[in-house]
Design a protein. Sequence first.
Length: 319
Amino acid sequence: MRRRRTGKKGSFHFNPGTWIARHMQAMVGALGRLWRRPLGNLMSLMVIAIAMALPAGLHLLVNNLERLAQGWQGTTGATLFLRMSVKAPDVDRLIRRLRADPDTGRVVHRTPEEALAEFRRHSGLGAAVALLDENPLPHVILVQPADGRLPPEAFARWFQRLQAQPEVDRAVADLEWVARFQAIVALMERGAQVLAVLLSLAVLLVIGNTIRLEIQSRRQEIEIMKLVGGSHAFIRRPFLYEGFWYGLLGGLLALGLLSGAYLLLQQPARELAHLYGSGFALQGPDRLTALVLLGVGVLLGVGGAWIAVRQQLEEIEPA
């Protein structure tokens, strides 16, 4: 027969329903306290939102720059001008070899007729081109690497392999431009990381200081809780949920700022891309960005509250 210990001194019976109810009560109570001070809390939340939106916005900018570079013909690729003696079957074999290379991504073939028609449209020399007895243009192949973020050294090795193809007469790629662009993108990425660390510390300080002031305003209440035997975990719980709400609401506001900036910049970016003949469209915050932003906000909020509560509870003792 199984024994059930109830009512004995020192026994502990964990009730999940009671535990969940207490946490829900603390969570709702923390949100209610924030609601009772809307103006001051809104200012703190806006500071948190701006601090979180800045590195996230810079990260989105870097991603859009990388997408823009990959969409440009020839910016991170090579142009292969084939020998005039190369025939269509030779071109097909070369294209198959290029596509079989794992380091090669997009391959676009332009026949001499297509190249001449494009030259006639864009050069303004249509009448002079019409006087030519034969087409002087060769087959052209536009090639882009599979990885649009190849380091300059790897890009140079890949470009040398393209030059070594027997059908290729001349290969063109602006290696210095690629190196400069990738260095700029790498610098912006590193800047976004440094900015994220610094502003995360700022968010921790803002939330920690806000919770510290809240603890000071409730000092007498905390002293009474300690006198009647309230544990640190019980006293700490509502403040941690306040930090949770600060982080979550700050993350939501930061996401709103990013979405607003995306809506304001989307149309001008599309018009600028259209002027350059590109179909590039600005990409705003996606679902993963939103989840990361909210998750980081909650972690910073709870972390800042934990630091403030731990320090203050050790200093507050009943008289």
